[in-house]
Design a protein around this ligand. Structure first.
Ligand code: 2M8
Ligand code: MG
Ligand code: MG
Length: 270
């Protein structure tokens, strides 16, 4: 089994970013040697900080699928296409953030939004509830540009169409609307990493994906076990072409651990 999980609103509580309700289930995965891949909108800098608290030793995927980080000492062999950064091999899929910002600027006169690059640390703290240190780490973005969307949903649909013509994908996260490369999202990165695991074993690798937002839909729909974690702030997203989706009873990390425990039971681990 291979776990792919979103962070905000899924493994981390939407408001407090706390994961204590999921600690036992996380420990079960560690004990069983089941990799838990973090697949998030967050940045590399944020993940370096979080891995300590989570005691995370597995690969992680940052900025909505833009780059996959594999621990250098893991069972993956490096290949020349990967670069090394700190303790990780990196496979990058994302475009340059500056290009996204430049394109977004051309839409400023037609739509009402504020880009991440325009925000001060104080404004970001206010909007997210992050502390100053973590807010600063989330500003170290390389491949994606989140926007505070102040316009209507109809305007967002129009904006999405215009950005698609320019090769940019628009997906909603918990608080922001994220701009990213057209061919790059959490599902693409999940598929790439699942293949790396599959190449290392003769067993069939089975995946479970857990998320709460629109930016998790593709990833959830492509996993063997699709899990929508209930959100305290929005209705569960529809997962197209699947009639076997689990929607957790509880919100965030509590719902996350319910789903993990259920999967471990169903798969015969506990
Ligand atoms: C942003 O991501 C979340 C993901 O759901 C959102 O869209 O609300 C990112 O900027 C991330 O880096 C940051 O940690 C998070 C904080 O709420 O917001
Ligand atoms: Mg989320
Ligand atoms: Mg997320």
């Amino acid at each position: 089994l291979l776990v792919f999980t979103d962070l905000d609103g899924t493994l981390l509580d939407h408001y407090s970013y706390d994961f204590s309700a999921a600690s036992d289930a996380l420990n079960s995965l560690k004990t069983l040697g089941i990799p838990c891949v973090l697949n998030t909108s967050k940045t590399y800098a944020e993940l370096l900080e979080l891995r300590g608290a989570l005691r995370h030793k597995d690969p992680f995927i940052v900025e909505n699928g833009a780059a996959v980080y594999l621990p250098v000492n893991s069972r993956f062999d490096s290949t020349p296409e990967w670069t090394q950064r700190g303790d990780y091999w990196v496979k990058a899929f994302g475009p340059d953030r500056q290009q996204l910002i430049a394109t977004a600027k051309t839409m400023k006169s037609r739509f009402d939004f504020v880009g991440y690059h325009e925000l001060t640390v104080e404004q970001l703290m206010e909007h997210t509830g992050l502390d100053a240190h973590t807010a600063t780490l989330s500003m170290e973005r390389e491949f994606t540009e989140p926007l505070i969307w102040n316009d209507s949903n109809n305007a967002l649909a129009e904006f999405r169409g215009l950005m698609a013509e320019k090769g940019i994908k628009v997906q909603k996260g918990g608080r922001f609307v994220h701009l990213m490369g057209q061919n790059c999202d959490k599902a693409v990165a999940m598929k790439w990493l699942t293949e790396r695991y599959q190449n290392n074993t003769s067993d069939v690798v089975k995946s479970i994906a857990l998320g709460d937002g629109e930016n998790d839909v593709e990833m959830i729909s492509k996993a063997n076990i699709p899990v929508v974690v209930r959100s305290p702030v929005h209705v569960p997203p529809e997962i197209p072409n699947r009639n076997d989706v689990w929607i957790t009873d509880s919100y965030g990390p509590k719902g996350w651990s319910e789903a993990i425990n259920q999967a471990l039971t169903n798969e015969g681990f506990i």
